[in-house]
Design a binder for this molecule. Structure first.
Ligand code: FMN
Length: 195
């Protein structure tokens, strides 16, 4: 069973994202979303810089998001077809709650940029965990939109970057797990590599 919330450990052992396009509503209530974001903000962060932000996209801004994505698509790909445009409109209107994760690393700081970006990733992971712990299913995607200048400008201050679009809703069907790396591939006993 995936996303088994019968215990903390079982949830950690079975947590599974969904594809955002396959989510259904409703998204979290305002109180649940605040709780998720409070948990997400409780993230390791060297230097207390909290170099990440969460941008809530209200339902009544989804049409504006669609207009933004269509405009960005036109700039990125003048050859875009109706199918491409439909995909962006669909994306902007995916069910559930959309939270945009923004990396706001402090430049030229004694805390290396790498560590600040690691903290941003951890904040995104914590948001997934919080959403799943509250009985929702989340999906984290980037795609071309995260790297598009017009889209970045609409979400980010100068120097910030989009870490992902995180949709929070419910799975429309039973989820299937995906392959997980065998521990042998990702864990080893340390000996110096130069030996
Ligand atoms: C930073 C980041 C960006 C991602 N972008 C995409 C994406 O654009 N499209 C996609 O299909 N999956 C993307 N994924 C992967 C999805 O989140 C995928 O559903 C995830 O690997 C499922 O793993 P889980 O079940 O362990 O959460 C991204 C993951 C991360 C961490």
């Amino acid at each position: 069973m995936l996303n088994d919330r019968s215990s903390l450990l079982s949830l950690l052992e079975t947590r599974r994202s969904a594809k955002p396009r396959e989510l259904v509503g409703p998204g979290p209530t305002a109180a649940e979303l605040e709780r998720m974001l409070t948990i997400a903000a409780r993230t390791p962060d060297h230097g207390k810089l909290h170099p990440w932000r969460f941008i809530i996209v209200p339902d009544d801004q989804r049409d504006a998001l669609a207009a933004l994505l269509l405009d960005a698509l036109g700039q990125e790909n003048p050859e875009a077809t109706d199918a491409h445009r439909q995909k962006e409109d669909d994306f902007a209107h995916y069910a559930g709650q959309l939270v945009v994760l923004v990396s706001g690393a402090v430049p030229d700081h004694k805390i290396p940029l790498w560590e600040q970006e690691l903290s941003c990733g951890a904040a995104g992971m914590n948001l997934l965990l919080a959403a799943h712990a509250l009985g929702y299913v989340a999906g984290w995607v980037t795609g071309w939109r995260a790297y598009s200048e017009p889209v970045q400008s609409a979400f980010c201050e100068p120097g910030e970057r989009i870490g992902g679009f995180i949709f929070i809703g419910h799975a429309v069907r039973d989820l299937e797990d995906r392959p997980r790396p065998p521990l042998l591939d990702v864990v080893r006993q340390w000996t110096p590599l130069s030996e």
